[in-house]
Design a protein. Sequence first.
Length: 510
Amino acid sequence: MSAQPLAHSTAPIELATILPPEVYQQAVNQAELAISITDPKARILYANECFLRVTGYQLADIVGQNQSLLSNRSTPSTVYGEMWTALSARRPWSGKLLNKKKSGELYLAELLVTPVLNPAGELTHYLGMHRDVTELHRLEKTVRNQKHLIESVIDAAPMAFALLDPTGRIVLDNQEYKKLVTDMQVREPAHHLLDLLRPGWRETLLGDAERCEFSSRETRMDRTAGRARWLSVSASCIDIHSDCADSYFCAGGQPGLLLVISDITNLREEQERARGAALKASLAEEERTAAIREGLSAAVFRLEEPLNVMASAISVLQRRDPASAEMLRHALENSREHVESLRQVIPQSPQEMVISVNLNEILRDVLEICTPRLLNAGITVDWQPSPILPPLYGRPLQLRMLFKALLENAIEAMNVKGWLRRELQISSQLVDDCIRISLLDSGPGIPEEWRHKAFEPFFTAKSGVGKHIGTGLSRAQQVVADHGGIIDLDESPSGGCAAIVEFRIDGDPI
Ligand code: FAD
């Protein structure tokens, strides 16, 4: 008799007519699962071949025995308590027990016990099915141990790790990375760093992840409180294997991006110190040259005035006293020659290379150089750098001179006898496509009518001839213009002067 497919039958079919009872028995007997049937007191009535193979017992050894003969007596009694609570309520129970084979060898059994009820709903038997999961458990433990070990090593590592999936989601990180979140005051430092060091990474990661790779790119992180931090970042592609069911038959994984972020602040500070000393010397040298240049320019500018007066006097004397006019003309020519020789020796400003600069770094350098003067004048500085600033292409020495001039103007404005409020607020901000640097002092401020004139060469509102020749702001404006930016003077919230400088990020220096 051949078996009929159940799905095609229209009338109720007696199962026994399709599958003879001996087939059930053979199927259960040969199943690759340890099966036992007990009475309601858990006394074994039947066990299949697999049960005998797993436990090592003969059928004659176990029939009539309680299933507890498999117990190693080390499974917690609460487990049995839960098992019997479920079974007493006619609910199936599944769990793991520590069993002992006939040989005394222990094994971990994953057991499912199902109550068997008669048509009247009375419990007649229990069906037990179990398998030896010792090896599986060992593998699970090994994987868990390795995971724990890897996590401990990653957590103890002195660098921050963040693993991003193809959508940019952080799927793994470590303690150092979590510290970065607090330190950088951004929600996802990995995204910030990638935006900065690998613009367009999101699109690339989805399409061609390997193009996101880079090695040891450095960036500086400025903080309102505490010293700036230097980070070195590397990004490498690794395969992430999905744990979703639909990816079970997929051999390959999805590309993920592993970011390794190391703090190289100490190393950079050492380099910074050496650079600072060299910088101070080169700034002092450039300032000396600039002072000579400006002093000579001012002298030439001022000499032009009496020479022009002489030229007018010559034209007046020409008719009345030609001899004196001739003498004066001769003297004027000589003087003009001397002025020209003077103009020839004016030192030219050196042509600097255009490189990628960080304005926070420039401002910090200038602050460091001016610290003694700020301390002497009793000025408190509130430095608020933007945590992350895009690079600007410019001439670092010129930019340092620019901000030093603005800082010195602020110091001089506040460092006057009897002036009580001496506060300087310096900030850098990213506003749209511009980097804005603001220097707000609490000095007396600049009258509105002087705010434009102040940029004219040789304009000075300060008394004391010789000390101020009034070229600071005109030079500052020149540097700003050379970098494609704008500079403005305004009133600061405290009534002092606000010097605002703005550079476009994509602006090319002239
Ligand atoms: P037991 O004296 O057997 O019982 C411990 C506690 O369980 C008792 O205090 C009582 O509260 C409760 N309990 C026991 N029997 C009953 C009952 N009939 N009705 C209500 N509550 C009861 N155990 C294993 O260690 N390994 C196995 O592979 C295993 N397979 C089993 C398969 C089946 C089908 C069934 C029904 C039980 C199985 N058991 C198995 C459980 C086993 O019968 C014992 O309950 C268990 O081994 C604890 O034995 P014990 O001698 O320490 O305590």
